[in-house]
Design a protein around this ligand. Sequence first.
Ligand SMILES: [Zn+2]
Length: 273
Amino acid sequence: METDTIINAAQNPALANELAAKAMTSQDPVVASSILKTNTMPPPDTTVELLGGLRDPFLGVISTAEIRELNGIDEELISKINDPGKALLTILERATVKIGDEPADKETLDSLYAGDRELLLLAIRNVTFGTEIKLGPGECPSCGVEQVFEIDLVKDVPLKKLEGDHTFTVKCKVGDVVVTLPTGSTQKAIVTSTNKTSAELDTILLKNCIESINDVPVFSLDDVRKLSLKDRRDILQEITNRNPGPQLSEIKIPCQSCGTEVPLPLTLAELFR
Ligand SMILES: [Zn+2]
């Protein structure tokens, strides 16, 4: 296997696609081969410390949530959903029990950061199937030694906390663009848009995240279509840089033979397969 095969697979897919957590057929044979489930560890806690949190006008920032293990009723329901993005939405809505001290309702879930929703899904996965997965056998891109890579979804997934404000200004060619980080509603808008290209999904994402361009509020998809390609890319990059959440695309495991860190990017959809 060539080194650049793995590096390419580790690169971020289009941000919108990532937010939708679509199942992607990985180019990486290590990931593409079946994920062997092992569940020997005691189930992790069902309390989740949110990475972005939820601003409540009365309570301040709510920073915890509670999830539960999936059961057979969930499994039957999920098995009827063909679209991986929609299946993940259903899992999240069914298995998130509380946000703060209140029962989780759809409205609250939709106002959570996309990254916190991904964190909840990861916790639901861990409490249901265990935190350890094995990938492979696959070859180390550096020394070529074939091995099974063991990932601990608690220890090995980097978690990015929200830093700074959820609303920020990006200096673009067009001028000042005020942007807010994607939430559950943004994620839903993307997941429910079927048969769209990456560029079209980016337009939906941008329309949901851009508050104003040079102080003029953004109302329509056309407002963000008129932005230059470079401005759109710069804004998407800035959103990626600031987005809190589990960084599943950045998982790296040291080779058992030579110690080189091998990138083993995963998607949420792959974790529920
Ligand atoms: Zn190696």
